[in-house]
Design a protein around this ligand. Structure first.
Ligand code: HEC
Length: 111
């Protein structure tokens, strides 16, 4: 009897998740490494939110709280980020900066 490998699909999913997750978790980021909100946004958030992978999060009338909560808890396909990856001060500064962006009707996606 031929044994069937039943783990092929989950393994592929894991590999896909790793491909997405590795670039910003692999290089041992720690608290206090973010120079400013733009640095954090461009190194982490932009990988998904400015590439068409995830919806834009700029000019959406979100409150600062919504950014903080989503980043800490994750949301569906979005992974949660720990304090060792994004420290509280950097996250709050980014959240406040993003929340202050006025509502935008037309969204420009940077490629
Ligand atoms: C791995 C890709 C990825 C990264 C990196 C990422 N996000 Fe997301 N994010 C997503 C996806 C996918 C969604 C949509 C999930 C959903 O539908 O709930 C999302 C949703 C969100 C939402 C909720 C949008 C809404 O409609 O309510 C916010 C806020 C958000 N992300 C903020 C951030 C911030 C801030 C960062 C950077 C610190 C970040 N994300 C990094 C993938 C990512």
């Amino acid at each position: 009897m031929r044994k069937q490998v039943k783990t092929a699909a989950p393994a592929a999913v894991t590999a896909a998740v790793m491909l997405i997750a590795v670039p910003w978790t692999a290089h041992g980021q720690s608290a206090g490494q973010w120079k400013n909100p733009d640095h954090l946004y461009s190194k982490i958030c932009a990988n998904c939110h400015d590439t068409g992978v995830a919806p834009t999060i700029v000019g959406r009338d979100f409150k600062a709280d919504h950014y903080v909560t989503t980043v800490r808890r994750g949301s569906k396909a979005m992974p949660a980020f720990r304090i060792t990856e994004i420290d509280d001060a950097a996250l709050l500064a980014l959240a406040e900066q993003l929340a202050a962006v006025p509502h935008m009707d037309t969204i420009e996606v940077k490629q």
